[in-house]
Design a protein around this ligand. Sequence first.
Ligand SMILES: Cc1cc2nc3c(=O)[nH]c(=O)nc-3n(C[C@H](O)[C@H](O)[C@H](O)COP(=O)(O)OP(=O)(O)OC[C@H]3O[C@@H](n4cnc5c(N)ncnc54)[C@H](O)[C@@H]3O)c2cc1C
Ligand SMILES: *[C@@H]1O[C@H](CO)[C@@H](O)[C@H](O)[C@H]1NC(C)=O
Ligand SMILES: *[C@@H]1O[C@H](CO)[C@@H](O)[C@H](O)[C@H]1NC(C)=O
Ligand SMILES: *[C@@H]1O[C@H](CO)[C@@H](O)[C@H](O)[C@H]1NC(C)=O
Length: 495
Amino acid sequence: MLTFLFPLAALAGAVTAKSSSTAENVSACCSKLSETYPDQLVYAGEERFKDWNDRWAASAELPASCIFRPLTADDVSLAIKIIAKGAGQGCHDFCPFSIKCGGHTPWPGANNVDSGVAIDLGYMNQTVVADDKTSVTIGGGTRWHDAYESTDGDGIAFLGGRCPSTGVGGLTTGGGYSWFSGEHGFVSDTVINFEVVLGSGKVVNANKDTNADLFKALKGGSNNFGVVTHIEIAAFPHSQQVYGGLVIVPESSSDNVLAEFQHFTNDSTGFAANAGLTVEYFLPAEGEGQILLWLIDTDAEDDHATLQTFFDMEPKIVNQVYQTSIADYPTSIPPVTQVLMADVTFENDLDVIKAAFDITMEVRKTLSHVPNLVWDFQFEPLPRHFLKASQAAGGNVMGLDDVDKDLLILFLMPLWEDPEYDSDVRDAAELWFHKIQEYTQSVGKAHPFEFANYAASFQDPMGSYGAENLQFLKDVSHRYDPGQLFQRAVEGYKL
Ligand SMILES: Cc1cc2nc3c(=O)[nH]c(=O)nc-3n(C[C@H](O)[C@H](O)[C@H](O)COP(=O)(O)OP(=O)(O)OC[C@H]3O[C@@H](n4cnc5c(N)ncnc54)[C@H](O)[C@@H]3O)c2cc1C
Ligand SMILES: *[C@@H]1O[C@H](CO)[C@@H](O)[C@H](O)[C@H]1NC(C)=O
Ligand SMILES: *[C@@H]1O[C@H](CO)[C@@H](O)[C@H](O)[C@H]1NC(C)=O
Ligand SMILES: *[C@@H]1O[C@H](CO)[C@@H](O)[C@H](O)[C@H]1NC(C)=O
């Protein structure tokens, strides 16, 4: 679970010996970085700071002391050496820091740091296609849209985020759910090589032959081991055309949608692995809710039979289904203010889906006082063909190796405006999480998996991978980060 490293520093106005020494370290880190990289460092209060500190969710923005934008792995290496040293010489001197790629994790602290050094990898945004076109190497700070756009016309596809503005670094190290996952598993399963800056500042590669334990650990192990500076991902020939988009139906179609979702997620129906579906409930405080059906056939030439029921659903509020390029697939989500994500996994059973839906609607009632609350939640399939493709790819650390059942992820994402209600929404999400787990366990349909990419700060995705995987992650952490910098100085889903 989360460890708050500097509880005293966080207390407003509490000037203690500890907080002032933290400030001393941080000011040393910022000024050392600024000396070497005057154009790549911005201090709080400078004009560019607000722009550089921008996040998808305003809730994730914290008052960092300075923001550093490295251009190369060597820049990151030097920054980590500076951060690990702080103002002093001892091993307990360091600067609290954060690592940001796309900045899409909404909880405060995941990609930003109050009174610390914020590393923003956004300038490491190049995508290079290998000469033989069997892989792409992407900078650790790239957003997926830029990777898709810069390979548009190359006749290849590779796994990546479904929302264009999410980041390569965070999404991949958190596992990564792609529209191609039905055929190839998680995004992390398709990684060929990670280039990583360790806590010592050393730049290493991790792949199946070199540092293979670190390679495995990074496939789901998030920011626990180092700063990932480049990721080489497998690519395959593809027309780069897909068919799909968005169908929106009214909330009143819910029963039908849930039944069809369950049917779609049942691998025994023989549904095509190239078909993708996310069912998103978007329920505003006032007025009728909507159900967004995100649909895609990654083979544009296919007959799309697996998705036909969804294309045909009536009545429709929106119908935007067409052939499009991967780079233009329309799943952008505009910036938001307050947002929380949480997720649970369970078996694909219609009674369980309905009961989980009912629990989700019950919990919403506890927040009827929150102005303009949008109660958003999404069902995402994890059918056997997805899990088998993942297993066949050689293994990650997420604890899904032996699963031979169709699963699904239920992902809660409430949106609201006033930070005054943050703790109310958080409490509701925590209640929701425990109620769903309790219920699915009581009917024997639970699965412990907590997908890191949608996890709330109160969740423990690393622990959800199982005792053996968690121990493996801890061992790898001690082997590659003996000073435990990535456990002590950067927040995230810690080990
Ligand atoms: C609108 C929306 C759509 C989404 N769609 C998908 C989807 O299709 N598939 C999916 O799997 N998830 C999806 N997510 C979830 C998303 O993957 C996670 O929020 C993910 O963490 C985002 O990565 P990021 O780089 O944008 O975020 P960040 O917040 O920048 O990073 C996430 C975490 O990873 C760490 N990190 C980032 N880069 C690095 C690096 N280079 N080295 C080491 N650590 C790093 C950060 O410190 C942070 O803790 C979506 C989220 C949103 C909001
Ligand atoms: C910061 O610096 C001071 C003095 O240089 C030191 O005593 C302290 O332990 C350091 N570490 C942190 C994490 O604040
Ligand atoms: C990509 O990085 C370069 C520096 O390497 C920077 O100038 C540019 O603005 C970045 N592009 C995006 C979209 O962030
Ligand atoms: C899945 O589909 C098969 C074949 O149609 C059916 O026999 C089975 O009962 C379904 N299972 C579930 C859990 O829906």
